[in-house]
Design a protein around this ligand. Structure first.
Ligand code: C2E
Ligand code: CA
Ligand code: CA
Length: 343
């Protein structure tokens, strides 16, 4: 007899799974194996109406699929909330007027050795029509899923390069402009053409630009992306591997990678002082990366103590609230004006 409630669902799920475990043959002899992903929404916790209940189960099932197929996922309020937030952001993204709602902020990066300004990382900011800020950590993954990241990413490049060119023409300070580029954008056939077109428009050389890609973008499509990065390097751009330590966790892929810089993720910096294991791992990463010939950047450095410790470990570049938060272009301009006035 099948028990009632959640346990009965679990039993049914196990029965279906068991039945589908064996591969079966199609007419042409090809073997196929099926997986089962189940989303469970129960009355009345998830919803009271039939349609709402079915919709909730579907939302939960899609969540289960995104977490890796062949699994069962039960409804919880957080899943529904995340779904509603995604829908709201998708709707708002459709209404966005780039020049009106988006701006670029820039966060300085400094050489650890002498605290000289090395460059700036361009970070997008979005203020919706009600005046609320929406974090890029929230909307960029949604824009990646629905494709809007391509026009947004192109706008980011154009706006940032234009601003950079103005600074350079006015202050002649040797600055590197770091641009975050998402996998979807990087994989576009015409990505390099568009990138070069924008650079030409503002008379900026690829040598002045660093492209930041995250570790996870490599996991998804290693061959394709590394070829693209290699081509970007051939035209002179620098490549930086962002959020290092959060994704691949395999060090062997590092040796053949077309990169110049590696950014140690903030999660390492956060516990560097308090956790001995993090200390050991960070020290080893810096040592290994330097021997491979790449520059190291530590991001999310918030305290003097973290800064000094990373300096001792030989980390080349520091980025974080301790030395400078992301700021509007005008504030970077003030910084450059001060720096060049001193020369
Ligand atoms: P990210 O590329 O890892 O950028 C660093 C994030 O850490 C930024 O968050 C920055 O404001 C924050 N940060 C820097 N220093 C500190 C610190 O000392 N303490 C703390 N708590 N935070 C610090 P932000 O601007 O919210 O961006 C979040 C993420 O959104 C970025 O992470 C990046 O992955 C993505 N993103 C931002 N702008 C763009 C863009 O123009 N294009 C693309 N594709 N992604 C972007
Ligand atoms: Ca970045
Ligand atoms: Ca990062």
């Amino acid at each position: 007899m099948i028990p009632c409630g959640a346990r009965s669902v679990e039993t049914i799920y196990q029965v279906i799974k068991e039945r589908l475990k064996k591969p079966f043959k199609l007419m042409d002899g090809q073997e196929v194996t099926m997986t089962v992903t189940v989303g469970v929404a129960e009355y009345p916790e998830a919803a009271v109406g039939t349609l709402e209940l079915i919709n909730s189960a579907e939302i939960v099932m899609f969540k289960a699929k995104s977490r890796g197929k062949d699994t069962i996922q039960y409804f919880d309020g957080a899943i529904l909330e995340e779904f509603l937030q995604t829908v709201t952001i998708q709707t708002k993204l459709k209404e966005v007027v780039f020049e009106q709602n988006f701006t670029m902020h820039f966060q300085p990066q400094y050489y650890t050795e002498d605290e000289r300004l090395r460059g700036v990382e361009a970070l997008i900011r979005w203020k919706d029509n009600k005046g609320d800020m929406i974090s890029p950590a929230v909307f960029i993954p949604i824009a990646e899923r629905n494709g809007t990241i391509v026009p947004i990413g192109n706008w980011v490049i154009e706006k940032s390069v234009q601003t950079y060119a103005e600074w350079r023409n006015k202050y002649h300070y040797p600055l590197i402009l770091s641009l975050n580029v998402s996998a979807v954008q990087c994989k576009q056939k015409d990505f390099i053409d568009i990138f070069l077109q924008i650079l030409r428009k503002y008379d900026v050389s690829p040598k002045e630009i660093e492209i930041e890609v995250t570790e996870t973008i490599l996991i998804e499509d290693f061959e394709h992306i590394s070829r693209r990065l290699d081509n970007l390097r051939k035209i002179g751009a620098r490549i930086s591997l962002d959020d290092f330590g959060t994704g691949f966790s395999s060090l062997s892929y590092l040796k053949g990678l077309p990169i110049d810089t590696l950014k140690i993720d903030k999660t390492f910096v956060d516990t560097l002082i308090t956790d001995i294991n993090t200390k050991i791992i960070t020290e080893s990463i810096i040592c290994m990366v330097k021997r491979l010939g790449y520059e190291t950047v530590a991001e999310g450095v918030e305290t003097e103590e973290q800064f000094q410790y990373l300096k001792e470990l030989g980390c080349d570049i520091i980025q974080g609230y301790y030395l400078g938060r992301p700021m509007p272009a005008g504030e970077i301009e003030n910084l450059l004006a001060d720096l060049t006035a001193k020369v």
